[in-house]
Design a protein around this ligand. Sequence first.
Ligand SMILES: NC(=O)c1ccc[n+]([C@@H]2O[C@H](COP(=O)([O-])OP(=O)(O)OC[C@H]3O[C@@H](n4cnc5c(N)ncnc54)[C@H](OP(=O)(O)O)[C@@H]3O)[C@@H](O)[C@H]2O)c1
Length: 300
Amino acid sequence: MRPMEKSFDLSNKLAVITGASSGIGLQTALEFCRHGASVIGVARSPQRCEEARLKILSACPGAKILYLIADLSLQSEIRRLAGDIEKALRQQGSSGLDILVNNAGLFMDSLVLTEDGIETTIAVNHLAPFLLTVLLLPLLSARPDSRVITVSSGSHYRTWLNPARLRRPLIFNSLWAYKVSKLANVLFSLELNIRQAGRAPHAFAVDPGLVNTDIGLKGTGPLARFVWRQRQKAGVDPAVPAATILTVACDPEAPKSGAVYWYLSAPMQPSRTALNVELAERLWQESSRLCHLEKQPKEE
Ligand SMILES: NC(=O)c1ccc[n+]([C@@H]2O[C@H](COP(=O)([O-])OP(=O)(O)OC[C@H]3O[C@@H](n4cnc5c(N)ncnc54)[C@H](OP(=O)(O)O)[C@@H]3O)[C@@H](O)[C@H]2O)c1
């Protein structure tokens, strides 16, 4: 049975999907195109983006798909990307964005600091969604029912985070760094909803489950690759989480539900820590500081 069961209409909707060159992001871009959306895919490799664009066009002739290139580990690239997105939307005759899917993510098996001096897992998996969303808020706020969907993970359970240690952990552990970044995805979505106070955009975190993608094979050593090769076989097809993302993007009931965390196209209870509003506020403040957003864009 195909996981796309409900019929949703995304025609006249503009969506940005990060990490759209492979895995869950590529499948989500394809499903959004099939449902009529104009999609801007984002990823870091021009070649893989072009291959993804051609795959989408071959599976969905007439798809409205465009790719923008950005290395989301770098804040300068995220700022340039936000400007490129605004330009691309203007060229399509729009001054608003309906859906932002923060999907790009990675697993690091060693400590690598970005040019901004931030541990790479947290930079790509949490700070990139945070900064891109904040920069795109004016465009998202211009649409009445806009949504920000961030791809989290069940690995956020049984995890704690210390905002003061976000930049660089005292001791690096690859799995813990990944778990912390995925917990941050839920806390970020929670805090965005608190700040929006019922106004669009509405924020959601999606748990894709274990998915058969190559995430654990990229830039990792032989041990991590061996472990992931065994694990990925048990993973579902990327079409399964793509269906959840589509539901959260389209279902009129999703914002009314008040549920921030979604799994298999339905709300699910995240961890208690992920619903800690005081922690969510502290994480937002520290993320703003690390992204040099102490002054909100409007005040600059
Ligand atoms: N697979 C799972 O079981 C699983 C489970 C829970 C959560 N997730 C989450 O699902 C999301 C998608 O992962 P996936 O499994 O679909 O893995 P994937 O196939 O490796 O896709 C990750 C995407 O992010 C892009 N990306 C990575 N680093 C980037 C950077 N620095 N700048 C720009 N783009 C970058 C990748 O580009 P390239 O094509 O160039 O690599 C790719 O398009 C991630 O947030 C992950 O944490 C996955």
